[in-house]
Write a protein that binds this ligand. Sequence first.
Ligand SMILES: C[C@H](N)C(=O)N[C@@H](Cc1c[nH]cn1)C(=O)O
Ligand code: ZN
Ligand code: ZN
Length: 493
Amino acid sequence: MSSSSSSELELEIFQYIDGHQSDFIKDLKEWVAVQSDSVQPDLRKEVIRMMVLAADRLAALGATVNSVNLGSHQLPNGQDLPLPPVILGELGKDPQNPTVCFYGHVDVQPAKKEDGWKTDPYTLTEIDGNLYGRGATDNKGPVLAWINAVETFRALKLAMPVNFKFVIEGMEEAGSLGLEKLLEEENQCFFSDVDYVVISDNLWLSNKKPALTYGSRGNACFFVEVECGGKDLHSGTFGGIIHEPLTDLIALLDSLVDPTGHIQIPGIYDSVAALTEEERKLYESIEFDLEEHKKNSGVKKFLYGTKEEILLHLWRYPSLSIHGIEGAFHEPGIKTVIPAKVIGKFSIRQVPHMDLSVVKQQVVEHLEGVFSRRNSPNKLKVSMPLGAKPWLADVNDPLYKAARRAIKKVFGEDPDFIRDGSTVPVARMFQTITQKSVIMFPIGAADDGEHSQNEKISRHNYIEGTKVFAAFFLEISKLHRHLHETSNMEIKN
Ligand SMILES: C[C@H](N)C(=O)N[C@@H](Cc1c[nH]cn1)C(=O)O
Ligand SMILES: [Zn+2]
Ligand SMILES: [Zn+2]
């Protein structure tokens, strides 16, 4: 394929994508309408319905689809809940083509209009070029952008430049339960001929400038439970004469992190990889608009004042966040009760070379120490229901070269090379189990508001993101063939 015919081809593809914007947005609207919240047990049937929709969409592309049943899992209250199936899809088996496996998830974080949404979270609504709705950017929009890009080749009756594999799950927001086992089981089968893995489940560093991601933090999630007895108590009758579980819990939670953001758990920073001079220089050279980032978050002040410190603390140092307290009264109005059992929830983002089992031991020892100094007769239980490891890739991999070229073609500029403070548990799983090259290839902008109220993806990013994926198929195909021809020539010589 000559470079001039290639650009004609790209033009034809880009025109098709521009001309089908409304169809692509209609598909996203249909997906966003499904309340596929994997966190709340009573919405699990919606996640399962979403998996059927996604499987049907892949089948309509011409893919062979296998919805793998993962069985069930047990909730902390003992209730058994079915896990949504994981979709394994396959399209094309040309031995001349590289095989690219795309991972995405179609479950979402919880969302309620009363949380402060301007529009109904499950009705995709366009305002000023932004498409608002839960899952619009995390992760239904990017999954559909990839599918739209494949669809474009099919609709234009073009030869597929790559063979496609799809892994679509419905439990990412709840920790990708069951996925690791499936990857291990399928390593010698489904994944045996995969050359590259692409994940598009994070955001650019900027609102406008595209990025490619080569690292992400892991996460260790903790439950800390304090219980005084079998029933809630009247605070007029028992307040002042008992050790209250919520008072114990608040003291425990308060002991975790100081006001400067420093984690107070002894030993937690011990194995964090040391910062090299080269790395520090890299951070200095990254373009990052602190004011824009502050505006995106809606807060007045960050814990750190410089770009370098902010990026270091987001990407390559651990952080501890407190997420909530189960069992504590949280509704409007007054309820003068002493809850009998409360469960604090917090997580610690993991960076190289932290070890999840060591972190768990450090957390347990710390909380038990603080609790014992309170001389409380209450029962304390600490558990780590979820642990995901950090991921770091080699930016010299052909995947990064192809993605960079595709971005340059569509957006007219080079991407930022970034790490990400959030976690996509499957990135590290793919790397460790399949040993294939993995890239995180975001199409969402920094102000998309993942997990927040008014999550959105802009029409621009959704449509240009579709184009960038289509351009990437051509680039990785060219690069892969070139690499193979060169290595074959080297063998012959
Ligand atoms: C980056 C991705 N879109 C995402 O939101 N991941 C979640 C996954 C997670 C981590 N711990 C529990 N779930 C996240 O980073 O919070
Ligand atoms: Zn996601
Ligand atoms: Zn998410």
